[in-house]
Write a protein that binds this ligand. Sequence first.
Ligand code: 26Q
Length: 818
Amino acid sequence: MTDRAIVEAVKKEYCEALFAALGRFPEAATPNDRYLALSLAVRRQVMRRWVATSETYYKRASRTVCYLSAEFLLGPHLGNNLLNLGLQEEARQAMSELGHDLDAILAQEEEPGLGNGGLGRLAACYMDSLATLEIPTLGYGIRYEFGIFDQLIRDGWQVEKTDKWLALGNPWETPRPEIAADVFLGGHTEGFQDDRGRYRVRWAPERVVRGVAYDVPILGYRNGTANLLRLWKAEATESFDFEAFNQGDYWRAVDQKVDSENITKVLYPNDELVKGKRLRLEQQYFFVSCSLQDMIRIYRQRGGDDLSRFHEKYAVQLNDTHPAVAVAELMRLLVDVHGMGWDEAWEITRRTFAYTNHTLLPEALEKWKVEMFGAVLPRHLEIVYEINRRFLDEVRHRFPGDDTRAARLSLIDEAAGRSVRMAHLASVGSHRVNGVAALHTELLKADVLRDFHELWPEKFLNVTNGVTPRRFLALANPRLAALITEAIGDGWPKDLEGLRRLEPLAKDAAFRAKWRAVKRANKADLAAVVEARAGVACDPDSLFDVQVKRIHEYKRQHLNVLHVIALWQRLRREPKAKVPPRSVLFGGKAAPGYRVAKLMIKLVHSVAEVVNSDPATRDRLRVAFVPDYNVKNCMPIFPAAELSEQISTAGKEASGTGNMKFAMNGALTIGTLDGANVEIREAVGAENFFLFGLTVDEIHRLRAGGYRARDRYESDPVLRAVVDALADGTFSRDDTSLFRPLVDSLLGDDTWLLMADFRSYVECQGEVERAYLDTERWTRMSILNTARMGFFSSDRSIADYCRDVWRATPVPIEEVRS
Ligand code: 26Q
C-alpha cells in the first residue's frame, strides 16, 4: 500500500530538484539527471534526520563510537536509503506516474568502491547496524578519488580500469570546507623547554597537507537516526602555496598542490607489490591525524580544554592495523600539542583504543621499515621507541631473563632491516584485541599474537562478524523478503533471530513450493544478467553453484575449477549418470600485481570456453565468470545462489562474510572448517551443511609427517586426469605452458593443500548432487539455513562490541522535524 500524500510529495520534490538543482525540464533530463533528482529529493528526508541526530548527540554528549577504517565499501546509497526510510513503494509509484522505472534510476548510481573486499564491506555493515541500534557514531575514513579498480575481461584475462566514481557527481556527500585539519609530514623534531620549564618536543615538518571533511549520512532502519561517516580529502594548504607563489616560484606551488592531493587519489589494492609504499603510510597517517584532531576539536567545543576524560567520550576502533599509527598520534597530540604528561596520556590512549585483527597470514601483517617510518613521521618514530622502551621494561619485569620473548614482543622487528610492527603497536596501545570469528580468535591467541595473549589474556575476545540483513536480504532479495514478511511479519530486518519462526514452515509443502518459486524467479533474473555480462546462458533449472570473493590462492577458486574439470570428465565418461545439471559461477577481482590470481581468472575462462561448447555436456554443465564483482553487482547473485562455495584452506580465512550473505538467502554451504564457516555450520545444523576437507589440526599433522602432493596425483586416477588435462593444453588450445605455474605449484609444495583436499571435496560435491535431486529435502535445508542465520546479523556483532568493547549505549532520536 502506498501513501498518496507521500507519492505526491516525492513527485514534487523530484521535480523541484530537477528544476532548481539541475536546471532541467523533464523532457531534457538524462537518466543521470533523474537519478540525481530523485537522490536530492530523498536527501531532504535524510537531512532532517541528520540535523535531529546531531542536535540530540550534541545535547546528550554520550560516549561516541569512532570507527577508524581505511576502507568503507558502502555500495549504492539510493536504494538503501529508500529502504531505510520506508519509501521504496512510494518512490516506485511516484517515478512510474512520471513515466520512469525506479529500477532503471537505481541502476544509474555508480558504486562508491572505497574498499577492497571483506574488511571494507564489514565497516559499511557496521555503520548500518550502529545507526540502526541508535549508537552515537563517527565513521572516519578516506575519500579516495579513485576507488577499487573496475574489472574488465579481455580474452579471459583481467584488465584494470580506473574507477571514476565521482565523474557524474555524488549527491550523498556534503563537503565541509570549514572542517579541516592540517597534517604534518616529514622534517625533523626539536627539543625545547616550555614556559613551565618542562622538556617538550616540537615537530618541524617538511610538508603540511590539509584534510577537508566530506560527510556522508548513514541512516538507521526506520528510526530517526542518521549517523555521520566523515571522509577526508587531501588538499594543499594555502599558506604553503602562497609562500612559494609570492617568491615567484609558481611551479613549486603547483607541485606542492599536486603532491598534497595525491595522498587521497587512489585506494591501494591489497597487493603484495604495493607493500611498504610510502604514499600508503602517508594515507594512513593522514586520515588518522585528521580524525583524532577532529575528535579533540569536538570534545573541546563541548567541554573545554581538559582532555583527561577523552576516553570517557570516545571509544575508537582500529579496523585492522591500517589506522594503528593512531596510537602514536594520540600520544603526540596529548603530550606534545596539549602538554599532558606521558603516563596520563598513555592511560587515556589505552583506554580509548581497541583493535580488530582480520588476518592470520603472516605475510599480510603490516610492517614499515624504520627508515621510511622515520622519514615520514619522525616524531612518531620517537614515540614508538618510547612506548616500546617502557613496554619491554614491563615484559622483562614479568619474564626476567627471557630475551627471546622480549624480541618476539618488541614493536620493532630487528630482522632484515628494522621495521615497525603495526599489529604490536595496536595490541600494546589498545585495551581490547579481537578476532572476527571464533576459530580465528583462537588461532590468534595460539599463534600470531600468542605472546601478547600470554601477557594480557584479559584483553582478548572474539566478536564474530555479521552482515546487515537490510542490504543483503531486504534490499537484495525483495521476493524472499516479501515471502518471509507474509509468513512471520515485518519485524525480522531489525530482529534477525526472529527468522527462527520460519523453522516449522520447512515442514509445510505449500510454503516450500513458494520458497522454491522465489528462488526460481531469482535464478531467472541472474541468468539474464550472466548472459548479458558474461555471454553464457545458464539454465535457471540447473543447480546454481557460486563462488564470489576476491581471487586468492588461499580461497582456492582453483580447487573449485578442479572439481568442474572432474565433473566434466565424468559427464563425458558416463553420459547416463544421474547428475543434476549445474551452473558454476565465479566472480571476483585479483590484485593487479598478483600474477597467480590473475592466472586463476584466466583458468576459469579457459575451462568455461571448452566446457560450455562441448555438445556432450553443455546441457548439464555451464561455467561463467561474472566480471567486475562489487557491492552493486552482487545484489542479484546472493538471492539466486543455491550452493555457496566457502572452500579456503582451513586456518586461512579469518571469517568470511560472503558465506553469511549466501546462507541468509537460502543457499547451502559447501565448506571447510575455516573462519565463520564453523559457526555457520553449528547454527544451521551439521545436516544442513556440506563439510569437507582437512581441519587446522589435521593440516599441522600432515605437514609434520612430510606431506607429498605428488603421491595424491599418483594414487588418485580422477585427480590425475584433472591435473593432466590442465597440463596437456586441453584448456589452453594446446599451449602446455600457460597453466604450468599452477600445475607446478599443485605438484610441488601445494601450499594451499588443494591436492590434499581434492578427494574429500569431490565426494562432498557428490553428496550435494544427491541432496539436490531430492527437491523437497533441498528446500527444507534451504529454509532452515535462512531461519537459523539470525546470529550473523551485524546487529548482533555491534551489540557484542557495544557491550564488551565500547561500553556504548543507544541514544534514540525522538523527534525529526520537517
Ligand atoms: C595492505 C597493505 C597495502 C595495501 C593494502 C593492504 C590491504 C588492504 C585491504 C590489506 C588487506 C585488506 C583487506 C583485508 C580483508 O578484507 N580481510 C578480510 O576481512 C574480512 C572481515 O573481517 C574477513 O571476513 C575475511 O576473512 C578477511 O580476509
